[in-house]
Write a protein that binds this ligand. Sequence first.
Ligand SMILES: C[S@@+](CC[C@H](N)C(=O)[O-])C[C@H]1O[C@@H](n2cnc3c(N)ncnc32)[C@H](O)[C@@H]1O
Length: 473
Amino acid sequence: MSEEIKEVRKRKRKRKRKEEEEEGGSVYAEKAPDFGALASLYPSFHPFVKLCPHPSIDWSDFNATRELTRVLLHHRHSLNWWIPDGHLCPTVTNRSNYIHWLHHLLSSNFISNHPNLSLRGFDIGTGASCIYPLLAASLHGWSFVGSDVTDVAIEWAQRNVDSNPHISQLIEIRKVQANADASCVGLQHSLNALFTTDNNTYHGPPILVGVVQDDENFDFCMCNPPFFQSLEEAGLNPKTSCGGTSHEMVCPGGERAFITRIIQDSTQLKDRFRWFTSMVGKKSNLKHLISKLWEVGVTIVKTTEFVQGRTHRWGLAWSFLTPMHKSSISLPDKKNTSFMLQGLQRQHGAINVLEAVKSHFSLHGLSCTLNTSSFTVDVTASKDDCDSIPSNELPIIYKAVVCQPTTETSNGSSLNLPHERLCFRISVFQQIPGTLLVKGSLQDTNSPLSGTFSVIFRKLEEVLRDKFCTKSV
Ligand SMILES: C[S@@+](CC[C@H](N)C(=O)[O-])C[C@H]1O[C@@H](n2cnc3c(N)ncnc32)[C@H](O)[C@@H]1O
């Protein structure tokens, strides 16, 4: 591939990421640390920082990465923290991205919102670092159960909790007993049969079933699973040294088997968690896991991408609760708004969705231009065009468009909109097979018609979902 093509692709990826960030963060990327500033604030960190040509650290030095994590947790989050030599050292920026996404997910109304303000989570495999409970408790005041299987992880996770008395009441560290609760074993065997499609079935200690107690409910679970199938696979990146013992990094079948077991457990605990989530390390596993999820009857699946430097990870979330369709769009007065179409059948691609967008608007007499190379439809609506949309097709959400002065015609059959033109663009992006992002961009943000745009866009979402989505999301 020529350098030019590579450069164009890089720019395109960067632009797409920026657009997605503007939309409320489908891509999560925290600001990189300022090593120079940290070195001057923390003398213990200074020896690890090479100042020329620009401040950096040696990522292959475990002591340097651990000290960076320690000072960042202290500087950004006022947390006291340490882990023993050789244990998996979390990258604060990367772990924060997961927490930011969860926060977004839990405060969205994809599913009905929880009346409680204090949220409770379950961190599967919290590790010696106990990084997720510490970060989330200090950022959002969420309470946690953090589980793990090894004695060292349990001992150090507890030490890290105890070193932070201001949040220690929020976090319970729980040891997973390697021999599962006998009453679960028979059921687990029959479920294994259901979930086994290859030899990579998870056969390790319990993950959720047998660890979550009978009287417990959680808003969410989260997990950074052992990604790798073998130690050789885990040692493939010599450029970084974040440590990691075999227990932390490896499980037979790798993350695919581990997360498949979480999915399996979620079918039994569907009423006990509002959201089940996991980090996914390999994009190739994401598609497989998403199809597993639809097979077991989830009602909603959400994914995201975490980008930190050159590291890409994915977030996968699902729920068995009833989704709230109408609220997945960001509300009026935004230049960009979007929704995801998930669970599309194989034969339906971006082009079919674009054609449906065009025919939907054309049907209402709006002027449309379909551009198949940019995957966009440009739409212009005049006052007359808008008037031709029957009010019963613009449901009650119109009333929520507070910024717009609206009047109904005497017979109530059409909406009387201000005397301007409304120009907007609908773009369709393929996310992963079966999932498309539909984005609407208003040309003039200051237009008094921006509220109307939201209404029209929401209607479009309903139409496209009805037409293309096999499962309700
Ligand atoms: C990749 S590490 C993640 C550690 C930490 N959460 C982080 O993000 O740095 C995976 C952790 O899962 C733990 N683990 C493996 N099997 C488990 C199980 N069945 N239940 C709970 N934890 C488990 C390992 O001991 C390890 O600490």
